[in-house]
Design a protein around this ligand. Structure first.
Ligand code: NDP
Length: 309
């Protein structure tokens, strides 16, 4: 890619995964520019004059953080998104890719999740602040396309994991939480307590696969509708826990705390639009391989991981 690309959220999990594929792009973190501030975002665009923007930055968190700070999740994400899209419009950015999430689909929906159902009802109560702010990315992208002809598109990944994830147990997603708990339990010769009964089925996508997919979308996808991009292979949380235990070489007891909520049984998504663009199911990295790579990175960095120190 020879065009000028600016990546927001460049210090995050997906941002760092993209660095290898886009060595000449400008990667921006909150230390370079607070995207909640419109003037700063405008200066950022003036400075770099990007042709393409990959907009990854967001206030991201697990179920607890999303619920405890629901107002902050709404406001911060609304401001970040509105400022990035408006500055991209004003500075004639040719194409913007923004990231939504399958967790912002309606709570009550027909499975598998298809893109046309994205706004068909309220999101889950626990994360409606984040969810509505994310949904407005789709609204603003379409509205700018309609009024100004902007080529602003949106992609919908499912659960992501990989190197540079967030390992804060109050604020992390399922894979980094299980990996950290098992790593520490192995070091301390303890058992591990996991939430629920392990039966829910979920889909997981490796951050480096998402990086590849974003480049494919930059090249081939110009439609106003969002596009599901996640790996649709389902695993139970129990299977994930067993796989991580094997990789970590954690041989202690796994205690399932069934007093804690388990969530919906399944949330499968439909990625046939992505497959129609030429992406193949076998292009996704095998889950065990991706978890092994992630854990190798964790061992190298521990305890200097995001969310621990
Ligand atoms: P991370 O939490 O790893 O990274 C977030 C990034 O956003 C960081 O670079 C952070 O900068 C930046 N950021 C946050 N607030 C601001 C701000 N006010 N100004 C400038 N930059 C800011 O996120 P991921 O890489 O995991 O997620 C990437 C995208 O994918 C997000 O849009 C997220 O909503 C979406 N997504 C994530 C999923 C997941 O499982 N992680 C699942 C589905 C979608 P800094 O490091 O300086 O704080």
């Amino acid at each position: 890619m020879t065009s000028r690309v600016l990546v927001t959220g460049g210090s995050g999990m997906v941002g760092t995964a993209l660095r290898q594929q886009l060595p000449n792009a400008v990667f921006v973190s909150s230390k370079d520019c607070d995207l909640k501030d419109a003037t700063s975002v405008n200066s950022l665009m003036l400075e770099h004059e990007p042709e393409h923007v990959i907009h990854l930055a967001a206030r991201v968190g697990g179920v607890k953080a999303n619920s405890d700070y629901i107002g902050d999740f709404f406001l911060e994400n609304i401001l970040i998104n509105a400022n990035v899209l408006e500055a991209s419009r004003k500075h004639n950015v040719k194409k913007v890719i923004s990231i939504l999430s399958t967790c912002v689909y309606p709570d009550s929906v027909t499975y598998p999740l298809t893109e046309c159902q994205f706004h068909n009802g309220p999101p889950h109560d626990s994360n409606y602040g984040y969810a509505y702010a994310k949904r407005m990315l789709d609204v603003q992208s379409r509205a700018y396309r309609q009024q100004y002809g902007c080529n602003f598109i949106t992609a919908i990944p499912n659960n992501l994991f990989g190197e540079n994830d967030n390992y804060d147990l109050d604020n992390s997603h399922v894979i980094p939480a299980i990996m950290r708990k098992m790593h520490e339990a192995k070091l301390n010769n303890e058992s591990v307590v996991l939430w629920g009964d392990g039966s829910p089925l979920r889909e997981f996508t490796y951050s480096k696969d998402l990086a590849d997919i974003l480049l494919l979308l930059l090249d081939r996808y110009d439609d106003p509708e969002p596009i599901n991009v996640g790996n649709t292979q389902e695993y139970s949380i129990k299977e994930i826990a067993e796989m991580v235990a094997e990789i970590v070489e954690f041989n202690g007891e796994i205690i399932w705390d069934t007093s804690k909520p388990t969530g919906q049984h399944r949330k499968p998504s439909d990625n046939s639009k992505l497959i129609g663009l030429g992406w193949k199911q076998e292009n996704y990295t095998d889950l065990k391989k991706a978890l092994t790579k992630t854990y190798k990175w964790v061992i190298l960095k521990y305890p200097h991981l995001r969310g621990i120190v």
